[in-house]
Design a protein around this ligand. Structure first.
Ligand code: C5P
Length: 229
């Protein structure tokens, strides 16, 4: 599945972008920029257009507060939500329990180490004397223990995570570019086809689609590369 990152500053641009796709049902990601600018209603509006929505707010607080936040998101009909694994197993369990009793629970995934965290930063600034790849696997295993469905990760981490947590444990990977695309500010990128070969379940793609002169064509090209259809 291809998830389109809707990194737009306002509702008008989002709705204008989505209308280009006519009846095509998409999986889109609403992140902090859009959510904080437009409020929760933006999720309901996109859902009403028939699309699936990943609400990417990366919750991280004490367990009770995160559970409350997740309950509020549950009311919006989100299809995928996320938390920071660094909040710990109890926090993730409480977050997941916010959806108890719901017929259709959203997928809940965890952020392990942010891809903006370097080895040097982890050791010297955050005073964690571990290898970053071990931290990623450790957090992924904690997310699994807490009953979560998967993690957001770099394509380079997929193999190790699947090995440690099992094939069914979902990986959602950004940093995707076709060979013809600009890298923008992404450093280590993977093509959709390579992401498929690596075995990731979802790819998150923003600018190669949102900034394309023909976004529908760009989306179809990326989907074809990833899914082969
Ligand atoms: O435009 P681009 O394809 O680079 O967008 C990627 C999306 O994935 C953005 O919304 C970005 O915030 C998100 N993301 C990322 N790297 C991470 C986590 C999230 O690029 N490690």
């Amino acid at each position: 599945m291809v998830i389109i990152a809707l990194d737009f500053p306002n509702k008008e641009e989002v709705i204008g972008f989505l209308k280009k796709f006519d009846d095509e049902k998409l999986f889109v990601k609403v992140g902090m920029e859009l959510f904080y600018a437009c409020g929760p209603e933006i999720v309901k509006e996109i859902k009403a257009m028939g699309h699936n929505v990943f609400v990417d707010l990366k919750l991280h607080d004490i367990p009770n507060t995160v559970k409350g936040g997740m309950k509020s998101l549950a009311g919006l009909g989100a299809d995928m939500v996320n938390v920071h694994a660094k909040g710990g197993i109890k926090m993730m369990q409480e977050a997941y329990s916010a959806f108890d009793g719901m017929d259709k629970k959203p997928l809940m995934i965890a952020v392990t180490e942010l891809t903006s965290t370097s080895q040097e930063m982890l050791n010297n600034e955050l005073l964690c004397n571990e290898k970053i790849e071990n931290m990623v696997i450790h957090h992924a295993l904690n997310a699994k223990k807490a009953g979560l469905d998967g993690v957001v990760c770099s394509p380079l981490e997929v193999e190790g995570i699947k090995k440690a947590c099992g094939k069914e444990f979902i990986t959602v990977t950004p940093g995707i570019r076709l060979k013809t695309n600009s890298l923008d500010d992404q450093v280590r990128v993977t093509t959709p086809l390579d992401a498929r070969k690596i075995g990731t379940d979802y790819i998150v793609v923003g600018r190669p689609i949102t900034k394309a002169s023909d976004p529908v064509k760009a989306y179809k090209e990326i989907r074809k590369d990833f899914l082969g259809l």
